[in-house]
Design a protein around this ligand. Structure first.
Ligand SMILES: Nc1ncnc2c1ncn2[C@@H]1O[C@H](COP(=O)(O)OP(=O)(O)OP(=O)(O)O)[C@@H](O)[C@H]1O
Length: 444
């Protein structure tokens, strides 16, 4: 425990030795170019800039992280109070101060009171926000994943799950969802792949599993299939549809099967190579599109023949931003306008849901159509609101925290997607008939 600059108790904050901090300030601040996006570990001791040592670059050992996660509960009908309350859960992650902010001498204006409360200093006074969990600049990717990973278990149990990241450009959404560029600090998406196959391995004597995935980006109001080359994707029309249960699927998108976490990761890497990324003034490698990864897990109970279907949607939203601040021009301005249009449509949906309006404008944008079953629908949803700690980003941070507070008020109705043996058999027969395969007598 320590006291922060407002005299409140701080938890989970490592206080830097003042000498180390001063040494860094005098020797390193002048090294960075003006718009360098690189980050250093930052710790807050007082309302001035404190930027510390480089992040450790350890090679990830995902298996160890996964082992630490809670034990497998596949097909256990007991409700998990953390994930079955119906409300969308919201985690807030504060990233370390980056070099550009350090160079500007930008003050820290964000502090955690405890694991659940965050305080923002604004010109009109302090604003306090409560979330289901706060992760500070010191929080590791392992810690962040540990708190999210029980949702992966839910998906394997037959629920729809959505994890998405929201925040201004450069606030750490891609770092949280995907990880760093060097793949030394993998984020939620690669950790999810490992976790899925670890659960499968533990249960393969009792269940038969099938894992498949699709990967899309929403770029300039157009959905693009990332599993095909940009040239092939150009002529392809992807449409978001809903099945009878209200579950969203991407019609026209390639769905690929994967037999291991490695295969799933290879597919993901292939998809990432097809994404639109550009340098803006705010972030050297800014995602100019929304990324949507859908992973379907089908599991057949080998004893009673019942089949359950779970889907995990992992969404890395493009940054909310003011075009003027990002230095966008021409094509980039068009991208920024399209990003803002879709995020504002998402805001309208969130606002309608949180105030229980009879009409929710999902159809206004492809992003809200794609996220329809995750917001107010049949899914267990977790949102990350990523924020910068710096005074120069105060307005965007305040907007993001208000946005996230509204999301917290949304109630979903998560239900397990399950068919008994007979229905599962009939579905198989229909599939065989549709694809022209012979149907044997024992199939029916
Ligand atoms: N918690 C963190 N710890 C260490 N580095 C971080 C953290 N969060 C973000 N970064 C780094 O900050 C930079 C910007 O982060 P990132 O690309 O994730 O932002 P973003 O919100 O996805 O931006 P955009 O919307 O423009 O794509 C990256 O270099 C990233 O590695």
């Amino acid at each position: 425990m320590a006291l922060n600059f407002m005299g409140r108790k701080l938890r989970n904050h490592t206080i830097a030795p003042a000498t180390k901090q001063r040494a860094w300030e005098t020797t390193n601040l002048s090294k960075f170019p003006d718009d360098s996006p690189g980050l250093t570990r930052a710790t807050q001791t007082r309302p001035t800039v404190t930027v510390l040592e480089e992040l450790p670059g350890s090679v990830p050992d995902l298996r160890e992280d996964v082992k630490r996660c809670q034990p497998c509960t596949i097909h256990n009908t007991r409700l998990d109070p953390d994930t079955d309350t119906g409300k969308i859960r919201v985690f807030c992650r504060i990233r370390p101060l980056n070099r550009a902010e350090g160079m500007k001498g930008s003050n820290f204006i964000v502090s955690c009171l405890d694991d659940y409360s965050v305080v923002l200093e604004t010109p009109r006074g302090q604003r306090e926000f409560q979330f289901d969990r706060i992760f500070n600049a010191e929080s590791t990717q392992e810690e962040v994943f540990q708190d999210s990973s029980r949702l992966i278990q839910s998906a394997i149990d037959g629920y729809n799950v959505c994890i998405f990241a929201y925040g201004q450009t450069g606030s750490g959404k891609t770092f949280t969802m995907v990880g760093d560029k060097e793949r030394k600090n993998p984020g939620i998406i690669p950790r999810t792949f490992t976790k899925i196959f670890d659960i499968i391995q533990e249960n393969q004597s009792k269940f038969e599993f099938k894992v498949s995935a699709y990967m899309l980006e929403l770029y300039n109001d157009r959905l693009q299939d990332l599993f095909v080359s940009p040239a092939e994707a150009f002529g392809k029309k992807i449409e978001i549809k809903k099945d009878k249960k209200g579950l969203v699927f991407a019609q026209g998108a390639e769905t690929k099967e994967a037999a291991s976490a490695g295969e799933l990761f290879a597919l993901f890497e292939q998809g990432c190579a097809n994404r639109h990324i550009a340098a803006t003034k705010m972030n050297m490698e800014s995602s100019r599109s929304h990324l949507i990864v859908g992973i379907m897990v089908e599991s057949r109970n080998l004893t009673n023949g019942s089949v359950s279907f779970g889907k995990i949607s992992l969404v890395d939203l493009a940054g909310s931003e003011r075009a003027a601040r990002t230095g966008a021009k021409d094509d980039q301005l068009k991208e920024a306008n399209s990003i803002n249009k879709s995020l504002s449509a998402l805001g309208d949906v969130i606002s309608a849901l949180s105030t229980e309006q009879p009409h929710v404008p999902y159809r206004n944008n492809k992003l809200t159509q794609a996220m329809q079953d995750s917001l107010g629908g049949n899914a267990k949803t977790l949102m990350f609101v990523n924020i910068s700690p710096a005074a120069c980003n105060m307005e965007e941070t305040l907007t993001s925290l208000i946005y996230a507070t509204r999301v917290k008020a949304i109630t979903n109705n998560a239900q397990r997607n399950m068919d008994n043996r007979e229905i599962a058999q009939l579905k198989e027969v229909i599939l065989k008939l549709r694809t022209g395969q012979p149907v044997e007598e024992e199939d029916v």
